[in-house]
Design a protein around this ligand. Structure first.
Ligand SMILES: [Fe+2]
Length: 344
């Protein structure tokens, strides 16, 4: 299958991957023949790209770092947890730690995977999927850093709940999305301290977990918020979540960047905004060119990404389709070839 922006999908195309909502309900099942009515409805939900079946790419799958089952279960749990917090009711730490244990164990058992966080989800579920993606990315970095299991648990809980303060902000502010004036932006920035206070004072989480919520927008050069903290005052776990949060926002929030562009921007800020060691581990952990996207090589040829090389995320396998047939280039071994651009 291939990944297309929804406005490039034509009527009669076949959906290549089932779309779920955060409650685990199916919005549209794989194999559905898409007509204009479906496409209009999906676009209305804020879904802006789709995996589409393609005969020549029928063997291409989307390999996720965690299984679809664990991802959906975590998504449902995080939605339930955030709804409970919003309602002012008690959440139990055991529920949060039980939720993240599923992801930790899968990632520890399956280390040679890259995280792909290109979201196909409704606008209303984005906050929940953001939490799951940032948790997964943070854990992959934490595992690469060889953090002990106890730290991975704190990292995962903090990453899953890092934006918890957002749901405590007024609805009127949240409805505005990303179109905030300067005063509203300052109001929005309160989510870090709000999250910290609730996690620490109301739910009694460990300080390391709470600091992730408080410090995930702090930057090494002291230009972040809320504390404008210097590098040595920012917790190591918050430094991991800062990179993963930024990457997922760049890739999944409008205007969306392709992962390779997002990584390039983050690498350009390593040492100034983001911890260099974290960025280095991150760059080796994430899918930069997702399966199913069209790229242009330095030779001018265009082809689809059909496979990943876990040790070399920037050098995937490319399938070129011509009138004469198809051929594949494995960029891990064909070192004269590079990806010049992602074709949109
Ligand atoms: Fe945030």
């Amino acid at each position: 299958m291939k990944l297309l922006p929804i406005d490039a999908v034509t009527g009669g195309s076949i959906l290549g991957q089932t779309i779920f909502d955060a409650n685990g309900r199916i919005l549209l099942v794989k194999g559905t023949v898409l007509d204009e009515k479906y496409l209009f409805r999906l676009a209305g939900l804020g879904i802006d790209s789709l995996y589409i079946e393609d005969e020549i790419l029928s063997d291409v799958t989307i390999d996720e770092a965690i299984s679809e089952k664990v991802k959906r279960k975590t998504l449902k749990s995080v939605k339930d947890i955030l709804k409970t917090v919003r309602a002012g009711r008690q959440i139990h730490q055991e529920t949060v730690f039980a939720t993240v244990t599923g992801i930790i164990n899968e990632l520890l058992a399956n280390r040679n995977v890259l995280a792909c966080v290109t979201d196909i989800c409704a606008r209303s579920d984005r906050l929940f999927l953001h939490a799951v993606n940032v948790c997964t990315l943070s854990l992959i970095v934490g595992i690469a850093q060889k953090l002990p299991y106890s730290s991975l648990k704190r990292l995962a809980a903090g990453a899953l709940l890092h934006d918890l303060g957002i749901i405590l902000l007024p609805e009127s502010l949240l409805r505005k999305g990303q179109n905030l004036d300067p005063a509203e932006q300052l109001h929005y920035q309160l989510h870090c301290q709000l999250g910290y206070d609730v996690l620490r004072k109301k739910y009694g989480f460990d300080q390391a977990v709470c600091l992730i919520a408080q410090q995930h927008h702090e930057l090494l050069d002291g230009t972040g918020y809320p504390g404008r903290l210097a590098e040595n005052k920012i917790s190591p776990l918050a430094k991991i979540v800062a990179v993963c949060n930024q990457f997922n926002n760049l890739v999944n929030r409008q205007p969306k960047m392709v992962p390779s562009e997002a990584l390039e921007q983050i690498m350009g800020l390593a040492g100034r905004h983001f911890d260099l060691g974290v960025v280095t581990h991150f760059a080796h952990s994430v899918v930069i060119y997702p399966n199913g996207i069209l790229v242009r090589l330095n030779t001018g040829e265009e082809g689809y990404v059909v496979g990943q090389n876990a040790a070399l995320p920037h050098r995937p396998v490319i399938r070129i389709i011509t009138a004469a047939g198809t051929k594949e280039h494995d960029l891990a071994t064909e070192l004269n070839l590079t990806i010049a651009a992602v074709v949109r």
